[in-house]
Ligand binder design. Structure first.
Ligand code: PLP
Length: 456
């Protein structure tokens, strides 16, 4: 009778299989046999993954007090200014479709044509499976938008930052970034092995102090800021960062994921908003998933950088080329954005109206400029999740942003505006938020009073 195999046996067999296979395919010398480290078997349970227990506890606590899960909701239609979830209509503030281009006839039409011509997949990495005309057309259009030598598109915005930053910097280098920079920039910095130093949000003076103290310790230096910050809806003083990058001999990279289509009179981005030449920035990064209503990311910059990334960066060389309809959709969306600046103007009007009304109701909008991203900061995570739940019951879909995405005391609801929201919809939304928040705060006070009375 055979003995039931133990998990270690399976792992050992798998390890030996992998080792042998690698040894064969890469013609490496046979590895020296080493003793496997002692393993705590239970550590191999997926339930023991760091943070999983906390996740379950949070969900159980929310279930206990009857809060629905605000995440992973299934939209039954194109989610723009409005949406439908479980058969109910909602005003929607959880979509990045800032200029209402998702589903625009020109955008969907371009995607359809690309499917007819090339199918849905580019099949493999562009370096081996070859280009599709749509890849090059989109890259040319984006490079022309920023006036750069070239552009490279990748299949995910997050992977674009990880891949590009990971490939550009090495251990002797340094990356300086805003304290609120996106996770993809931090992950790219970690991958690169360069030193990572963060400076206070939107504070060039804080960066200057860091540069003064540490720039000389490193070979290359990269400064990264965002265009419009996705949690706070504010923007950096680009001219001040350009001045610092020149004085301290650094590259300056702007992640304009939320700035394209939003910042500046025509939505060109952070440079237009700040009245700075695009060429004063070394690297323009952005995503195709927001204003351009597609999926993917881009790096626009000097030809040597683009060529280097296209030929050496792992996330490009070893990853599939962008799906042809997605490239076509993004290119068409960029054209509509450039041809119809009135969309940008409508978005601005909507954001400004939301911000002004929120302030009138005494809501805390932090440092938001009142464009595409407007937070309503309410305090702790439970309050933010409860408020979001109450608004959902009143036909408003808005996500709570809670710790660790933001500090616990500044948990918030984050409203994404689009050019397609109506003034009436915005007025009604802000009034409902103010009403529900006030009810929530009064309710809390009542519970506290009740508890105080019980204790007496
Ligand atoms: C500033 C910023 N950069 C990069 C990304 C990643 O982009 P994507 O979601 O398109 O992968 C995001 C995503 O929201 C973002 O906000």
């Amino acid at each position: 009778m055979t003995q039931p195999s133990r998990p270690q046996d399976g792992r050992a067999a798998l390890a030996s299989f992998v080792t042998n296979r690698l040894g064969r395919t890469n013609a490496r010398p046979a590895p020296v046999e080493t003793k496997a480290p002692p393993t705590d078997e239970s550590a191999q349970d997926f339930e023991k993954l760091t943070g999983y227990r906390e996740l379950r506890l949070q969900r159980s606590a929310a279930d206990l007090i009857g809060l629905g899960n605000p995440f992973f909701r299934v939209h039954e239609t194109r989610a723009g200014a409005n949406t439908r979830i479980e058969g109910q209509a909602y005003s929607n503030y959880s979509s990045y479709d800032y200029l209402g281009l998702n589903g625009h006839p020109a955008v969907s039409g371009a995607a359809r044509k690309a499917i007819e011509a090339f199918g849905t997949s580019a099949s493999a990495s562009r370096i081996v499976a070859g280009e599709r005309p749509g890849h090059l057309k989109l890259e040319r259009a984006l490079a022309a938008h920023y006036g750069t030598d070239g552009c490279v598109i990748m299949v995910s915005g997050h992977a674009t930052n990880v891949t590009a930053i990971g490939a550009m910097l090495e251990a002797p280098d340094v990356i300086f970034h805003d304290a609120l920079i996106h996770n993809s920039v931090v992950t790219g910095a970690q991958l690169s092995g360069a030193q990572r130093r963060s400076f206070a949000h939107n504070d060039p003076a804080a960066l200057e102090k860091l540069l003064e103290a540490t720039r000389h310790e490193h070979r290359r230096a990269l400064i990264v800021v965002e265009g419009l910050y996705s949690m706070d809806g504010d923007a950096p003083d680009l001219a001040a960062f350009v001045e610092l990058k020149r004085r301290y001999d650094c590259w300056l990279m702007v992640d304009d994921a939320h700035g394209l289509g939003v910042l500046g009179r025509t939505g060109a981005g952070l440079h237009e908003h700040c009245g700075v030449e695009a060429s004063d920035v070394d690297i323009w990064m952005g995503t195709l998933s927001k204003t351009l209503s597609s999926c993917g990311g881009y790096i626009c910059g000097p030809s040597a950088l683009i060529e280097y990334l296209k030929c050496t960066a792992g996330g490009f060389v070893y990853s599939v080329g962008m799906s042809p309809p997605l490239a076509a959709a993004a290119e068409a969306a960029l054209s509509v954005m450039q041809a119809e600046p009135e969309r940008v103007e409508r978005l601005r009007r909507n954001g400004n109206q939301f911000l002004a009304l929120a302030k009138k109701h005494g809501l805390n909008t932090g440092s938001s400029l009142g464009l595409a991203v407007i937070p309503i900061i309410v305090g702790d995570s439970l309050k933010a999740v409860t408020l979001s739940d109450r608004l959902f019951k009143r036909g408003i879909n808005v996500q709570p942003i809670i710790h660790p995405a933001v500090p616990e005391r500044s948990s918030r609801l984050r409203f994404f505006m689009t050019s397609e929201h109506t003034p009436e919809q915005i007025a009604q939304t802000v009034a409902t938020v103010a009403e529900e928040l006030s009810a929530l705060e009064t309710g809390a006070t009542l519970i506290e009073q009740l508890m105080a009375r019980r204790g007496a």
